[in-house]
Design a protein around this ligand. Sequence first.
Ligand code: NAP
Ligand code: ZN
Ligand code: ZN
Length: 346
Amino acid sequence: MKSRGLAVESATSPLKTFEFDRRELGANDVALDVKFTGICHSDIHTARGEWGSVYYPLVPGHEIAGVVTSVGASVTKFKNGDLIGVGVFVDSCRNCENCSQGLQQYCLEGMTGTYNSLERKSGEQTRGGYSNNFVINEDYAVHIPKNLALEGVAPLLCAGITLYSPIKHFNVGPKTKVAVMGLGGLGHMGVKFAVAMGAEVTVLSHSAEKKSDALKMGAHHFVCTKDEGALSSLKKTFDIILNTVSAELDINEYLQTLKLDGTLVIIGLPGKPYAVHAGVMLEGRRSMTGSMIGGVSELQEMLNFCGDKNIVSDVEVIKADYANTAYDRTVASDVKYRFVIDASSF
Ligand code: NAP
Ligand code: ZN
Ligand code: ZN
């Protein structure tokens, strides 16, 4: 199948128009026309080689919302014309103890990424959603509720599930004091979901101008972390911190804002390690953990939840030729709150 999209050729080259072939439709595959595709900061980390080795040319994109155009002979889950979503992975081993529990993102053999992976059978390089079409095994795709604006749905496929999953796993609810670090693509979805669960939500942001947006999204408090003493005045405040920051920072200042038995969940993935002071951990029996996207059934659960509660991402829709500028603006924390590419412009 002929595809047209955007690719980078090296860690230092910009996104450029790229034409390539996708696999022909297998019996369990679904083909889709991509309508909107989100720009996740992980696309940028990967494209720029910040996380290690990359198969170039790389077609990024793992927040894909589209419409089914054809289905393989054995497909039962989708039919032509259905709205369909594709997230961060397109396959996994299906047999390990994690896959068996629907936690394909933690597959013991490693999930097959939507891009920058090799297909399990053919060994072909996977190519992502910055493209006009896509082919996926039906088991790894999800249905999109019809009542939501499709451009606002695309970011749910990564940013949305990545915050929904820890919010559910750590039982965020009406009595929980939650802090969201970083009001970007992931962070703003964290605010929306934590508010929807009834929690008391504080945004910890280094961008003072985002305050009014944070409050409009439902956050109860906004703290600009650049203000003198901002974090030290919050000592022992939060039950849970959702850290979505994409850059290096002093994690100890944030850990101190956790109450007794509080948990900081690492979600952002800067390329360098954090330096943690042992004293900060033990003085409050604090925990630090991580969370990575969510499995297929949880992805569907999250989309259904969004359909019920009318939750979508706040997006700036762009054409393909603006993608390089969008990368630079995202890195500069100048994103309100997710760039989404209109796939008709590829
Ligand atoms: P994003 O839209 O760029 O948001 C990141 C936010 O972090 C920025 O908007 C900014 O918020 C804050 N920030 C950036 N630089 C900072 C700095 N120097 N100091 C303090 N705060 C800073 O990125 P995203 O797409 O939400 O992704 C966030 C991170 O999560 C990335 O590292 C990404 O790779 C990772 N990620 C992880 C998963 C997972 O499964 N765990 C999934 C997807 C993405 P303020 O302006 O409000 O401070
Ligand atoms: Zn992502
Ligand atoms: Zn597995």
